[in-house]
Design a binder for this molecule. Structure first.
Ligand code: SF4
Length: 219
């Protein structure tokens, strides 16, 4: 797969995972050096035709707006949206939200992440949620069983599928998570968003100058 057009065509036609519920979800074909990797779409994203199109997306875009001043549309134009798995995995039958993609499903879908890394060669990757953070950093740096307090607020340089990138981890903006609303999580989220706005190749404010990069506080 040598172009975003080819990757998206292959993605849309993919049916490699029999337990996935929805059809594959793809974002804009932005040729940008800033990539976001999420976990998997929720139940509504396929019908809306874009990732982060519902409740979790509303929270995510609010976070990114706070530090950049950009609208959802402007953020979708600046960031390439990818995910560890591109289909809705179904609900977790034991309760607690959506089913986490299995390691086999993640392995099936990794070909698309590898192809996207090869085509886009991003400088900065925003990894959203423990599964995506662990996928990008590898379990040697972050195991998904580890607490988010170990990793959110840091920027980590790694080589991911042949590309040197800086990873900015964010918590998952899922409505069932309270991690980012209180205690250390709230401050660490602010630190992470500030990293994202200040880092070379990170989120650019609209009409930003060199001295006008975003910075917010948790007050
Ligand atoms: S999760 Fe990925 S590999 Fe599995 S069917 Fe969907 S697009 Fe294909």
């Amino acid at each position: 797969m040598n172009s975003l057009e080819e990757i998206h065509e292959r993605l849309k036609a993919c049916d490699a995972c029999p337990q996935m519920c929805g059809t594959p979800v793809v974002g804009n074909k932005n040729k940008t050096g800033l990539m976001l990797i999420g976990q998997a779409p929720g139940p509504h994203e396929a019908s809306k035709g874009k990732p982060f199109a519902f409740t979790a997306g509303k929270t995510l875009f609010e976070w990114l707006h706070k530090v950049s001043g950009l609208s959802e549309e402007e953020l979708r134009a600046q960031i390439y949206f990818a995910a560890v798995a591109r289909c809705f995995p179904g609900k977790n039958l034991k309760g607690g939200g959506d089913r986490e993609p299995s390691s086999e499903e993640i392995a099936n879908c990794r070909q698309f992440l590898i192809a996207e890394m090869n085509v886009l060669k991003p400088k900065v990757v925003i990894a959203v949620g423990k599964l995506a953070i662990s996928e990008v950093l590898g379990p040697g740096i972050f195991k998904k069983s580890a607490p988010l307090t170990d990793i959110v607020g840091k920027k980590i340089s790694v080589n991911y599928h042949g590309q040197d990138i800086v990873v900015v981890p964010l918590p998952h903006p899922s409505g069932i998570s309270t991690w980012h609303k209180k205690g250390p999580g709230k401050s660490l989220l602010v630190e992470a968003l500030n990293q994202l706005a200040l880092i070379d190749g990170g989120l650019k404010k609209k009409d930003a100058t060199a001295t006008d990069r975003g910075s917010i506080s948790d007050n």
